[in-house]
Unconditional design. Sequence first.
Length: 717
Amino acid sequence: MTSLRFVFLFLLISFSASAQKDYKLWLQYNTVTNPTVASQYKSNLKGIVVLGNSETIRIAEKELKTGFSDMLGNIPEIKSEVKGEYNIIVGSQSNLNAEIKNELQSDFDKINNEGFIIKSISIKNKKQIVITGKNDVAVLYGVFHFLRILQTNKSVKNLNIADSPKTNIRILNHWDNLDRTVERGYAGFSLWNWQKLPDFIDQRYIDYARTNASIGINGTVLTNVNANALILTPQYLEKVEALANVFRPYGIKVYLTARFSAPIEIGSLKTADPKDPEVMNWWKNKSAEIYKRIPDFGGFLVKANSEGQPGPQNYGRNHVDGANMLADAVAPFGGVVMWRAFVYSEHDANDRAKQAYTEFQPYDGKFKENVIVQVKNGAIDFQPREPFHPLFGAMPKTPLMMEFQITQEYLGFSTHLVFLPKLFQEVLESDTYQKGKGSTVAKVVDGTLYQNKLTGIAGVANIGNDLNWTGHPFAQANWYGFGRLAWNPYLDSEVIAEEWLRSTFSNDENFIKPVKDMMIESREAVVNYMTPLGLHHIMDTGHHYGPGPWVSNLSRPEWNPTYYHKADKNGIGFDRSKSGTNAVSQYAPEVANLFDNLETCPEKDLLWFHHVSWDYKLKNGQTLWNGLALKYQEGVNQVREMQNVWNKAEKYVDSERFNEVKMLLEIQHKEAKWWRDACLLYFQQFSGKELPERVEKPTQTLEYFKSLKFPFAPGNG
Ligand code: GCW
């Protein structure tokens, strides 16, 4: 009996130890096992001096202690003042002594308010490391960066870092509903337990804030853009206030989605017309009420007149009227309005890809100073690959923020391993040519192209209450990578992958190299087995799970996959060239010509811009049909290769996470084959051609694939 109990206890402890690894994300703080590295750390890090006493500084101190004790096995001596050498001095500029302040003056000149300095200095011939910034949150960012140096086993000698975020608003968008379901969420239910708030503070809120701070995220929109006005009632605002209080010391501001019709729904007004004085007043009072509770409230995110959401157009007004009215309401308190440009209409027979530009571009320069227009990375909707949105660079007098989707609505939910920073980087590096060569999307987003003061990057969160936060252990890397790119949109995705792997799993080079390559390749793999050569929006309908290129019966034409691929006997693809819908004309001439011309259009975007025949010759000499089929096969092969790589990683990874990823890769492989077979069988009806030899034969019929139904697929509101 006793021994049984012992075994049980042992199992329980070992279970929770490895489950904790999943939960701890990239803040594992694994013991430094390399003896050379460990001894360098120990000889350079002997004391800690923490200056200041805000809650934020206490958090920074605790983080350092946890990091040191977990990674090095002991906490350096805590000192109340700088004595001896090899101390880490942690505190904001105003708390440093005059000598150190002087020493760092030129570094302080280089950083902005949220930037930090990590520097090895010598004072009175004594070596010290200083972690500082202009305020305590910046110091906290510096502490996390310093711990990342340890986590990735880099040297702590001669440190000389001055780093600032390149964007102001680095924000997660939670599409979380008040009933805790998450629209397009694949990692369980919403973290926000509205029922128990404000009195019950779940430890997860604190861990969420800490994790975001570790990558410099400084804002969170708690609620779905398909908004519910109830969040703006006192009953809920009290709960929001409780969350804001938890997040504040971590430098995270809370934002809410504003349902445009709220004045009617919760304010008993007859209208929500943005030009109606009563409506304007209602929003002013509502804002004042929110700021009374939450003085650093960030502002509103709005989806208006899009996919059935109410908006100014319901009253014959336009997006500018709506955005500016809300902007006036929050302006006295320093708030911002993030107004989404994701609009398209069933009454508009125009190419859907053109509609947001057509509607928003003419508004350039018309928005109030505290409005920022939030634009999705591509003109349709978060597909595995889209050319960059033509609005980027086309509104020089309007701040535009990027909206990426971290949750994998169209990229295999939380069962497919896809490293999204590769996709994000591709978009950010794209050259808009709007101010000549080198006018990249990143420069629009960080404000350097047009000297915008207000800048930002939003990511639709992939976080839920699953034990591992994101459903797939590797989806954690997408949250991490989003944060890193929001801080610095010029970072290389390989660098991000490597940082994440080292912090999350292991510093063993034999592990890092192949697994990093696998992550980098994973983005192209999903493009290949879902939508190669520029195909898009051919997933099944509603829930968006799995292939559905045959779907053609939805009420709105532009919801049907057949609208997008236009496969027929003559060929396949959407003609957006000058002889087609002329969507290319929304880009700068250099880009427009590149996409317009079949010779120069990148093959990865071919069927996005052109309808070509099944016999069209690809650059590698293959016909389009054969090339397409081979791409689908290549995607499946790539997943198989990912499985091989992962199987070899077993000895570097704890068994729980190893097995989770292994099982998930098996699902991904199965689903990659499903995509390949279903799409090729369907398109074959039009091409009338045999599959090339190297493509595996489908094991099911097209009818079978069409018959699959998933009424309870997750995330479908
Ligand atoms: O991608 C589509 C999603 C909707 C989402 C919408 C949007 C929140 O399928 O679920 O609604 O985009 O971005 O507003």
